[in-house]
Write a protein that binds this ligand. Structure first.
Ligand code: HOZ
Length: 428
């Protein structure tokens, strides 16, 4: 496979962009080698600057739920661009988006649009602190909620990939208000609440973490969090930036039947354009400015291009879509596990509808400690073997894979053929 143009571009990029990339995981530091520079995508497939084609399991890290170039979204963006790209003033599209979110996500009665997942989680935490009058928050090891100060403590995603557990530049005074617990360990959470419960404003988590790889919650974990937070007068925040509208129309909270106080959203809701949102019960959301005193604002918030794209995306996601996505995810992960078994290479797979991970370890992967114990070197070889066979996986052992409606059975079978050849190569 010729990757000369990509190699030339990363060298050129590094002269004017830190590390040559605008988000660290893209730099391939987690797998070695040069990042691939892409030019276009259609359905489940991507094309790079050297003319190579790949099956895409990144999907822009989640939002491409119908694959690339999804016509209704492209047409909506084009039509809206002709009307206006933005006003910095209210539009009917924002109202329709809020109604679409409230209709789908069980616990949300009111929602505020922002521009990224980072903004959404940062704002939700400010609201939780403002509403409770408490400063401490509790997050989980390996969960990633964007790059705001309070949340860059034992985080997943890029900081985990690069081995930066606590980022320089985050004041100690802020980090000290962030408590951490092991994901899926309700006893640890209870112990922390026994000591600090009356000073904890909120517990924030990815109900299905995708930023240390895909690690679903153990039975009873989310229920336990709901109970502990309610007893202590703390808020429970589900970060559904990845799982929202993906694992079910109403996200993880619908899948597991748990109602958080606040929810953060992103990715799918913008159809691929930059967007985020946070929402929850009306009496909490009403404490946000202008009705309430907790301040939050944004010139580009509710941008009409993003709203038009997101609305078309949401309209396309009917019940058969979710059934098919779930079936195809199962076909893929079962196929990967079987392909590995043929070579006796120990792997463990995790999945929820539309999201998956393949871990190079023999045991189940349910905690950050389990993730950390996986064979990262083997993952790197697997990643490059798949890449050379035209399958683009997330360039880190600590990120999830994403499927779309465009990943049909033939795409999955092609992926599995590449996986069989790659597993065989790992034995050599
Ligand atoms: N941290 C993001 C996924 N977990 C990656 C974002 C990007 O590189 O675009």
């Amino acid at each position: 496979m010729n990757l000369d143009q990509s190699a030339a571009l990363i060298e050129r990029a590094a002269r004017t962009i830190p590390g040559g990339v605008n988000s660290p995981v893209r730099a391939f530091k987690g797998v070695g080698g040069n990042p691939v520079f892409f030019t276009s995508g259609e359905g489940a497939r991507l094309r790079d600057v050297d003319g190579n084609e790949y099956i895409d399991y990144v999907g822009s890290w989640g939002p491409m739920l119908q694959g690339h170039g999804f016509r209704p979204v492209v047409d909506a963006v084009r039509a809206q661009a002709v009307e206006s790209i933005g006003f910095g003033a209210p539009t009917q599209l924002e109202v329709e988006m809020a109604e679409a979110v409230v209709e789908r996500v069980p616990s949300i009665e009111k929602v505020r649009m922002v521009n990224s997942g980072t903004e959404a989680t940062m704002s939700a935490i400010r609201l939780a602190r403002g509403a409770t009058g408490r400063d401490r928050i509790l997050k989980f090891e390996g969960c990633y909620h964007g790059h705001s100060d309070s949340l860059l403590v034992k985080a997943g995603s890029g900081v985990l990939t690069l081995g930066i557990p606590n980022s320089p530049g985050v004041p100690e005074a802020i980090a000290s208000n962030t408590l951490t617990a092991p994901f899926n360990d309700i006893d640890a959470v209870r112990a922390i609440f026994a000591e600090y419960g009356d000073s904890i404003a909120c517990v924030i988590l990815e109900p299905i973490p995708g930023n240390m790889g895909c690690v679903p919650p153990r039975a009873g974990f989310l229920e336990g969090l709901r109970e502990v937070t309610a007893d202590a007068g703390s808020m429970l925040i589900f970060d559904e930036v990845m799982s929202g509208f993906r694992v079910a129309p109403g996200g993880a909270q619908e899948l597991y039947g748990i109602a958080p106080d606040l929810t953060t959203l992103g990715k799918v809701i913008g159809g691929g354009l930059p967007v985020g949102a946070f929402g929850g019960k009306a009496d909490i959301m009403d404490q946000i400015a202008p009705d309430g005193a907790v301040y939050q604002a944004g010139t580009l918030s509710g941008n009409p291009l993003a709203m038009a794209a997101g609305l078309e995306m949401l309209r396309s996601l009917d019940a058969p879509f979710y059934d098919t996505l779930a079936q195809r995810t199962t076909r893929l992960v079962d196929g990967l596990a079987n392909a590995a078994a043929e070579t006796n290479i120990p792997v463990s797979t995790n999945s929820v509808p539309g999201m998956f991970s393949l871990f190079f370890t023999s045991g189940p992967v349910e905690t950050f400690a389990d993730v950390s114990a996986c064979d990262v070197d083997r993952f790197k070889r697997f990643f490059h073997g798949m890449l050379s066979r035209g399958v683009y996986l997330a360039p880190s052992a600590f990120e999830a894979g994403f499927l779309s409606g465009a990943h049909d059975e033939s795409v999955i079978d092609e992926t599995l053929a590449a996986a069989r050849a790659t597993f065989a190569e790992l034995l050599t």
